[in-house]
Design a protein around this ligand. Structure first.
Ligand code: DX5
Ligand code: ZN
Length: 221
């Protein structure tokens, strides 16, 4: 079974070299906890990435668990396909979900970790009753859609509030967007323990080393 670190680094391959994805993943797989796969449908966000058939191949070939971040409208139906395809974690945006409780329960039933994501404008208080249904809360630190944007430090308030609401439930708190050597400690200090990093990892001359450095910086409070 895959063993996760206490502080998880989940590199996003959104801005990796898509023509050579297995090599890109191989570079970082040893030190990473999960590979973060950003799925966009050009409806929920103004950008499109892999369709399900392509994503299924990535999941099947990935040497470590895949963390599917679904930025799509028809999420209640498609999320279960990702779980059946073998994604280790499947995250749905609460703004897109029509039947969140049922979808999150079904994800767990299929054997995936169930994640709930909040866009920057979405508060956690309104969804506190869903905390019993999830294994991970994703707090976006950019508007979803693109890599390489600036980390929104004003989301740390939401991270702190979430940590209080979560209490002793074993829920991971993930941040996604603009996470780098400069910002990861801010997120860790607020209570995040799972970190997506796209451009910080893949724009680095040594992506594998960057994964380790990020985890080290996060542990270094
Ligand atoms: C944005 C995606 C992110 C993105 C992060 O919508 O959800 O996962 O790849 O990229 P960076 O780390 O460059 O902000
Ligand atoms: Zn993402």
């Amino acid at each position: 079974m895959h063993v996760y670190h206490d502080l998880r680094i989940t590199p996003s391959i959104l801005n990796a070299d898509h023509t050579n994805l297995s090599a890109e993943i191989a570079k970082i797989a040893v030190d990473s906890d999960l590979i973060h796969l950003d799925i966009m449908d050009n409806l929920f966000v103004p950008n499109a990435t892999w369709d399900f058939a392509a994503a299924e191949k990535i999941i099947a070939n990935c040497p470590i668990p895949v963390d599917a971040h679904l930025m799509i409208n028809d999420v209640d139906r498609i999320a279960l396909d990702y779980a059946h395809a073998g994604a280790g974690s499947v995250t749905i945006h609460i703004e897109a979900a029509q039947t969140p409780t049922q979808t999150l329960r079904n994800l767990r039933k299929i054997g995936a970790r169930a994640g709930m994501a909040l866009k920057p404008g979405t508060d956690i208080e309104s969804y506190a009753d869903l905390l019993d249904e999830i294994d991970m809360l994703l707090i976006m630190t950019v508007e979803p859609g693109f890599g390489g944007q600036k980390f929104m430090a004003d989301m740390m308030d939401k991270v702190r509030k979430s940590k209080v609401l979560i209490g002793d439930r074993p829920i991971w708190i993930q941040v996604d967007g603009g996470v780098s050597m400069e910002t990861i400690a801010i997120a860790r200090e607020a209570g995040a323990d799972t970190f997506v990093a796209g451009s910080a990892v893949f724009n680095s001359p040594d992506p594998a080393e960057m994964v380790k450095m990020l985890r080290h910086r996060a542990s270094d409070l």
